[in-house]
Design a protein around this ligand. Structure first.
Ligand code: GTR
Length: 330
């Protein structure tokens, strides 16, 4: 048995014990209780979305299904959660599309830098045919794509100095999400890209193991990274959305009608999530500025866009089908 497999088995074992301890299964009524994992805190917009989804499923199935939401990364880091989902040890999760690039080859296209013209055009695509087709690309991976949630745009922050252009990033160690694409993007910016789990970033910046990270406003704020990395360069370099996923094992148990209910509930929860998202984005930005952090607004995006050309040289081929669809509608 290789090490990865043993550690995965161990995670399944630990998750099972934890879930039993939490009393998730075996509730006294006849409802089938499912578990949904999210690595954000209770009142974070994705968790608000998860809970709306749970409420709608319960309502539409007249209480036959109940979904317990485990927020705050209680069940593990994002990548291990996806592996547990594939094994059917967890039923549902909300994760970001960036770490999923290794699980569904196609969905990675959404993590390419400067892919969409703006947020409106991104959402037109996500709510349209492209979004539907991408959700279907999980087929064969033991994962079921249910809906996209808003995650805005990601920018770069650090503890050392104001960054205006990619050249300023030279020599800085920037944490990225665990994904080859994320590493390639930051290499192209000229930084030293350091993949790491989200929960480890705060102390890694604090102790100087890394110089900074990259994220959207709500994550920068709620993770408290703003306390240890005061310079935020708003270069909005990419906008991988969040995604609500189910396990194949759950799907196999559901009737055709119930699958429809789960899909519908997921799509209906998006509006609530997006409203909470817009609110927290504004609030986070204001709070961080009020605290005295320095926000570097980028006027000329040319050097940033030019820097990522090697990323398009490498990934442009594999993602051509999707990029063409997006560009043909510009
Ligand atoms: C957040 C995202 C999380 C996680 C995190 C990270 O924006 O919502 O799911 O991917 O970023 O940087 O690891």
């Amino acid at each position: 048995m290789n090490k990865k497999f043993i550690s995965l088995l161990l995670s399944v074992f630990i998750a099972t014990i934890m879930l039993a301890a939490c009393g998730a299964s075996g509730s006294s009524d006849k409802a089938i209780v499912l578990r949904l994992a999210d690595n954000h805190p209770e009142d974070y917009p994705t968790v608000i979305g998860d809970k709306k989804f749970a409420e709608l499923v319960e309502e539409k199935t007249e209480g036959r299904y109940k979904i317990d939401v485990y927020a705050g990364g209680q069940l593990g880091s994002e990548k291990s959660i996806v592996e547990l989902l594939q094994l059917g040890a967890i039923d549902l999760t909300r994760v970001n599309t960036m770490p999923l690039t290794e699980f569904s080859k196609d969905v990675g296209v959404l993590s390419l830098p400067y892919l969409f013209e703006d947020e409106d055009s991104k959402w037109e695509h996500l709510n349209g045919e492209l979004g539907r087709e991408l959700l279907d690309t999980f087929e064969g991976t033991n994962l079921i794509g249910l809906a996209f949630y808003d995650s805005g745009e990601r920018s770069i922050y650090n503890s050392k100095k104001p960054i205006e252009t990619p050249a300023d990033l030279k020599g800085l160690k920037i944490r990225v999400q665990p994904s080859e694409l994320a590493i390639d993007v930051f290499k192209s910016f000229g930084a030293s890209a350091t993949p790491m789990a989200y929960s480890e970033v705060y102390s890694a910046i604090q102790t100087g193991v890394i110089d900074g990270g990259e994220n959207n406003w709500p994550s920068y704020y709620t993770s408290n990274h703003y306390e240890v990395a005061g310079y935020f360069t708003e270069n909005n370099y990419s906008g991988p959305p969040e995604i609500l996923l189910g396990s194949q094992k759950l799907w196999d148990r559901l009737s055709e009608e119930d699958r429809e209910i789960f899909r519908e509930a997921a799509l209906e929860s998006v509006a609530v999530q997006r409203e909470a998202w817009a609110e927290l984005t504004e609030k986070s930005r204001e709070a961080v500025i009020e605290r005295g952090n320095e926000v570097i607004e980028i006027k000329d995006f040319t050097p940033w866009r030019e820097a990522v050309e090697p990323v398009y040289e490498k990934y442009g081929g594999p993602y051509k089908k999707w990029i063409d669809k997006i560009q043909s509608s510009k």
